[in-house]
Design a protein around this ligand. Structure first.
Ligand code: BTN
Length: 245
């Protein structure tokens, strides 16, 4: 596995990245970035790790990736718009990942809200965590060909598995930051319009696990706050979507 230092990262990444840190191992880059933000880290400060011992996923899940098998990073955002617009940042990040992967020859789709899927399997996940005036945007992309834990063997994939070529995590990150910076700092009102074309969920029958129960219906739209609109009119703000057909 390649380990990098902060200077190598700095030289490779666009200037949008204000400052960066590389950790060969940490518990979670989201936690690291939140701690850094509490100490004053500015918009665009970035933490990348080679391996996470307690990577965090959506809905309280864990994000696991063997050492060197994934691009794992978090960015400190200090959005100028209010907290009601912050859920849109994760959609914007999903769009950026799709744009970046498309530029590399992949055909990604988004499973609502922001699972990035290739050939029906999840290749990347996005987790935004907020605190006072700050959003930590964490992205994990499976890059290398690895044995996934049995629970994910059927549902996960990696860029190398799909393409047969290995990709440098640093080059991938540098490219992605270009898309991410434009999407994140672009007009927040337009995020949903940019998101819809990437959605693999719209038009499908879905079962949404809400934690407290589940609902089944056809997904028909994304509303202006990023919620998933079902044919019966219900709007889902958080949940785990299974696309049925
Ligand atoms: C999901 O459940 O799909 C979201 C997964 C997000 C994982 C990334 S890996 C880098 C960053 N640090 C974390 O602890 N989580 C995010």
């Amino acid at each position: 596995m390649n380990n990098y230092d902060a200077n190598t990262l700095r030289a490779a990444l666009p200037d949008w990245v204000h400052e960066c840190r590389y950790l060969a191992q940490t518990d979670s880059t989201n936690r690291e970035a939140m701690e850094w933000a509490s100490a004053g880290a500015r918009h665009g400060s970035l933490v990348m790790a080679g391996f996470q011992t307690a990577g965090r996923g959506r809905l309280g899940r864990e994000w696991t990736a063997p050492p060197g098998s994934g691009l794992l990073f978090s960015v400190v955002l200090r959005p100028p718009a209010g907290p009601d617009t912050w859920p849109l940042l994760t959609l914007a990040a999903g769009v950026a990942v799709c744009e970046c992967l498309t530029g590399l020859g992949f055909r990604p789709r988004l499973k609502w809200p922001n699972d990035v899927v290739l050939e029906g399997r999840k290749v990347a996940g996005i987790l935004a965590e907020a605190a006072e005036g700050v959003v930590i945007l964490g992205i994990g992309i499976n890059t290398g060909r690895v044995e996934f834990p049995s629970a994910f063997a059927e549902s996960a994939t990696s860029l190398e598995t799909v393409s047969g070529r290995s990709l440098s995590r640093l080059e991938l990150l540098a490219g992605l930051i270009g898309y991410l910076s434009r999407e994140i700092d672009g007009p927040v009102e337009a995020v949903v319009d940019r998101y819809r074309p990437w959605s693999g969920t719209l038009g499908k029958r879905v079962r949404v696990d809400l934690g407290s129960g589940s609902v089944e219906d056809r997904a028909v739209d994304i509303d202006q706050s990023g919620g998933l609109v079902l044919a019966g009119g219900r709007v889902i703000r958080a949940g785990d979507v299974l696309q049925l057909r």
